[in-house]
Design a protein around this ligand. Structure first.
Ligand SMILES: [Zn+2]
Length: 424
């Protein structure tokens, strides 16, 4: 398994560069080639399978330039060629180009209140290997968590072909993160403050300088916004809500994450919803997550875990049904504020909020219809995604892979695939 540092961090949802902009910028031949390489790669990833002729049509580059660039991408195993298919332009068979499988991989990690996860994902978006463990990290120290997570990460990486190249490691954490320094500033539910998570985990993994840390809800939202690295899903404008003990959120607009001036946007869990509410982990009283977060909800329902809550709801137990309705209304009140502010109509919920589905969304949607001013013109919708225990680890791995799409030239090393740092 080869590993590589990243030359620079890029927005995981950055859009393809324009070849026209490149032609008019006076860029030198080296950087023009790099830009065209990125453009061609991004077009193939966003719409594959495409032929060389398709790529030329979409990028405005000449057929011969596209062919030369594609040949490079194929030689370095970023792109694969399929069987020629008849019916291409002017009747010539076209060779379909798709993202290469298993050659480059990203490692996404998550440490949350109730689980740790390590996922290895390839350029096609497939999970190559994974380890997901349910565990209670409420009183765990950062060092304990990094040691355990490093072991999980190595288990997930073991067994990959020696020629696989790791494009990066991303760690998803439930709190405010200073991504530039890799420091978790504050995670009330883990009771962690000012933790140098990037260095702590990188040291535990024996991979200094290779870990980038981000917010869990942001990475989880990317799992909804993408089908695969560089390939958007039909959901391009939505507010994602991530449910655990805490409630995080992330805004996706035109397929891009909107994270605010410091990267801290989305702390909807600390919206004030109940004047007589309980004390929150953040120190304030009556926050949304004291009512609709997993711990608050289980306590109000008189049960101890998700399975018991599901059973109580299925049996129509009045206390459980009442608690979920209160949570749904509180979510509706908090989310209505966000929708009024942001002009978004679609809400997607994951984690325990996704698992509760209709039990929760009916009360929530009723509040949204009352409180969102634009509701008659663009009715708010609430979708749930509940199948994946750790969407953030997939999103984190995809973010690590999208760094390659932004700057493929850095990854075109001489074809000795077990060497380390990418060719600059
Ligand atoms: Zn709070």
């Amino acid at each position: 398994m080869a590993t590589s540092g990243e030359r620079r961090r890029r927005d995981p949802a950055s859009s393809p560069a324009s070849p026209d902009a490149a032609r008019s910028s006076g860029a030198n031949q080296g950087s023009l080639r790099e830009l065209n390489l990125a453009t061609v790669l991004q077009v193939i990833f966003s719409e594959s399978p495409l032929t060389r002729a398709d790529v030329a049509l979409r990028t405005g580059l000449t057929r011969s330039t596209v062919s030369r660039l594609v040949d490079e991408l194929v030689a370095h195993r970023l792109v694969e060629e399929g069987e020629p298919r008849v019916g291409g332009q002017r009747g010539r068979p076209g060779v379909p180009l798709t993202p290469a499988q298993s050659s480059f991989v990203g490692l996404g990690l998550e440490a949350n209140i109730g689980l740790m996860a390590a996922r290895v994902v390839d350029l096609s978006g497939q999970v190559v290997s994974e380890r997901v463990v349910e565990t209670d990290l409420t009183s765990a120290t950062p060092d304990d968590v990094f040691t355990r997570l490093a072991a999980l990460a190595h288990e997930a990486l073991d067994g990959l072909p020696p020629s696989s190249r790791l494009t990066g490691v991303r760690l998803a954490l439930p709190g405010l993160v200073d991504t530039s320094r890799g420091v978790l500033l504050r995670a009330p539910n883990l009771d962690w403050h000012d933790v140098d998570a990037a260095s702590g985990l990188a040291d535990a993994m024996g991979m200094p300088g290779q870990v980038i840390v981000g917010n869990e809800a942001d990475f989880a939202a990317l799992s909804v916004a993408r089908i695969a690295p560089g390939r958007r899903s039909p959901w391009s404008d939505f507010l994602y809500l991530s449910g655990e003990v805490g409630i995080g959120s992330a805004l996706v607009s035109a397929g891009r994450l909107i994270t605010g001036s410091h990267g801290w946007a989305g702390e909807i869990g600390h919206t004030y919803v109940d004047p007589r509410g309980d004390l929150c982990g953040c120190g304030a009283r009556g926050c949304l997550e004291t009512v609709a977060g997993l711990r608050g909800l289980l306590t109000a329902a008189g049960v101890t875990d998700r399975q018991q809550l599901a059973a109580a709801l299925a049996a129509g137990h009045p206390r459980a049904v009442g608690a979920v309705q209160v949570a749904g209304r509180a979510l509706g009140i908090a989310v209505a504020g966000a929708l009024n502010l942001l002009d978004v109509s679609q809400v997607v919920m994951g984690g325990h909020l996704g698992q509760l589905g209709d039990h929760l969304t009916a009360a929530m949607v009723a509040e949204l219809q009352t409180r969102v001013l634009a509701a008659p013109y663009a009715p708010p919708t609430v979708e749930t995604v509940a199948l994946d225990a750790s969407p953030a680890s997939w999103g984190a791995a995809v973010a690590a892979l999208e760094a390659v799409l932004s700057d493929p030239a850095s990854w075109l090393t001489p074809l000795i695939l077990d060497q380390g740092t990418p060719h600059a």
